[in-house]
Write a new protein. Sequence first.
Length: 116
Amino acid sequence: MRDDLRSLVLVGLASLPALGLLQAQETSSSRSGRQLFTDFQCWQCHGYEGQGGAAARIAPTAYPFEAFAQLVRHTNVMPPYSPNVLSDAQLRQIYDFVRAVPEPPAVEDIPELRDL
């Protein structure tokens, strides 16, 4: 039963970003990036806050912009977005958004999970 409860709580915590309970420290560029992240439907695979889901967690990213751009532009694990589809300025705004997403708390720092 403990494992079932722990799994249920962890699933609930994974939905916190989608509920807006973990908000990024957003700048105007990252707010625009959030909108582009939605418009280009990145959320469908990476989750509303880049927390992962059907695809890898991408936020917060530790990659420099150049590496992030290479992954987006030249990949075989997702549809690549060429500059004709997603401009460099738009890509930079999406990058600013995923950089602004805060790191989630460690499981051991969540009182409700300490004794599961």
